[in-house]
Design a protein around this ligand. Structure first.
Ligand code: FE2
Length: 412
């Protein structure tokens, strides 16, 4: 197959791309098709690696308003409302909503997803549903599942056993929520438990860490130390870390040395953190984000996630990483022209590193798997401004999503 006329990762030249046996094989200004070789028209769009959403909650997606809307917009009311909705979950209910959400995401060029799955449920209903969904979507999407203890590990009855069971049943990643545990001692102990669980079972780690506007919430230093001392390093991810937006600069400076040494990844969720953060402030009002710009400039891997899609924590969400990047750039003030052009990396390469995808399996280069998306704009700056459609999402050399560009006319 040939993709005709694309700009590869913002390059100004128009190129053709040949795909053979599911891998990229040739990049050249004009490639003559072999007899019978399929040619698709890239229409001068930008070809980038597939989008990665490294942090979403598929089990809760599309439940907004059921049983009630979160009118205060706090994380804690979200947890309270989800606690009620969780009682009515069935495997079919979770599967239907998760598949619907994944199709929305696929249409927007997402091929890699890491979903947290609430395992503070004695029946593990959501996990059972999402294990089936992971199988079902495997030809089209890479779906990683995190055993996520929404109500705590030490602060929930049989929390440790439920985490062990979730891993045994096939969760890819071990999660945590230390700032929500009853005490800071419990928080630290939960981190030691979950790191040990991951090591014993050869799993990755992704912790909801310090998602609170409280400068005293310092679980991150423990997680980073455990990642450093255990050698788990880049197999570990700290999600949210919004308390870092409230740390004083002297402490943050000291912390950054450890963060660099630890090699851990960060996921910031700009849409949801802007919505949930600062809710207990009057004025001045905090932005509720971690130090994205500073982490990025320190060479620490930071990816963006959408987190919540029409659920008790966010009434909005379209499964589109362009929305996420746009908010991330505004909120973290990363708005230089080059920074905007490069910003696709927050939702492609940086996300892939977070998911621990091998570098040889991800990216636009000869011999790599032919996975990529063509957006309907010549570069990422225009793609963001125009909210460009995903003309094609290609996986293993096959077109899995195809969109007709919309046509609008004006009277002047
Ligand atoms: Fe989350």
């Amino acid at each position: 197959m040939i993709i005709h006329d694309v700009h590869i990762e913002n390059a100004s030249e128009h190129m053709d791309v040949r795909i053979e046996k599911g891998t990229f094989q040739q990049f050249a200004p004009a490639i003559e098709p072999h007899e019978g070789e399929e040619v698709i028209d890239g229409q001068g769009g930008v070809l980038i690696p597939p989008f990665v959403d490294p942090h979403v909650h598929l089990d809760a997606a599309l439940t907004a308003g059921d049983p009630e809307w979160n009118e205060t917009g706090t994380l804690f009311d979200g947890i309270r409302i989800w606690y009620e909705r969780k009682k009515t979950l069935t495997v079919q209910d979770v599967k239907d909503r998760a598949l619907h959400t994944l199709r929305m995401m696929a249409r927007n060029g997402i091929q890699y997803v890491r979903s947290h799955v609430d395992v503070t449920d004695p029946g593990l209903t959501a996990l059972h549903a999402l294990l089936e969904v992971r199988e079902q979507v495997a030809p089209f999407m890479t779906l990683q599942l995190v055993a996520f203890p929404q109500e705590g590990i030490l602060s929930f009855p049989h929390g440790k056993e439920l985490m062990e069971e979730a891993v045994k049943e096939g969760a890819d990643v071990v999660g945590g929520i230390p700032h929500y545990e009853f005490t800071s001692e419990y928080g630290r102990e939960s981190l030691r438990f979950l790191m040990d669980l991951a090591q014993r079972n050869d799993r990755l780690v992704d912790v909801h860490c310090d998602e609170i506007d409280d400068p005293a919430s310092r679980n991150l230093e423990t997680l980073a130390t455990l990642a450093y001392e255990s050698g788990m390093a880049d197999r570990v991810t700290a999600s949210h870390t919004t308390a870092m937006g409230s740390y004083n600069d002297a402490y943050a400076y000291k912390l950054f040395r450890l963060l660099r040494m630890s090699g851990i990844n960060f996921v910031s969720n700009p849409l949801v953190n802007m919505h949930l953060g600062g809710r207990f402030d009057t004025y001045p009002k905090r932005r509720g984000l971690t130090r994205v710009k500073e982490l990025n400039e320190a060479g620490i891997n930071v990816a963006f996630g959408e987190d919540d899609i029409q659920d008790p924590w966010s009434p909005l969400g379209a499964g589109n990483m362009l929305d996420v990047v746009r908010m991330g750039l505004y909120a973290a003030q990363i708005m230089g022209y080059r920074q905007i052009m490069d910003a696709y990396r927050f939702v492609t390469y940086n996300g892939a590193a977070t998911l621990h995808i091998a570098p040889e399996d991800y990216g636009i280069a000869v011999d790599k798997p032919a996975n990529g998306v063509v957006l309907n704009a010549p570069n990422f700056y225009h793609a963001l401004n125009e909210n460009a459609e995903t003309l094609y999402s290609i996986r293993g050399g096959k077109v899995i999503v195809r969109t007709k560009a919309k046509e609008t006319s004006t009277a002047f």
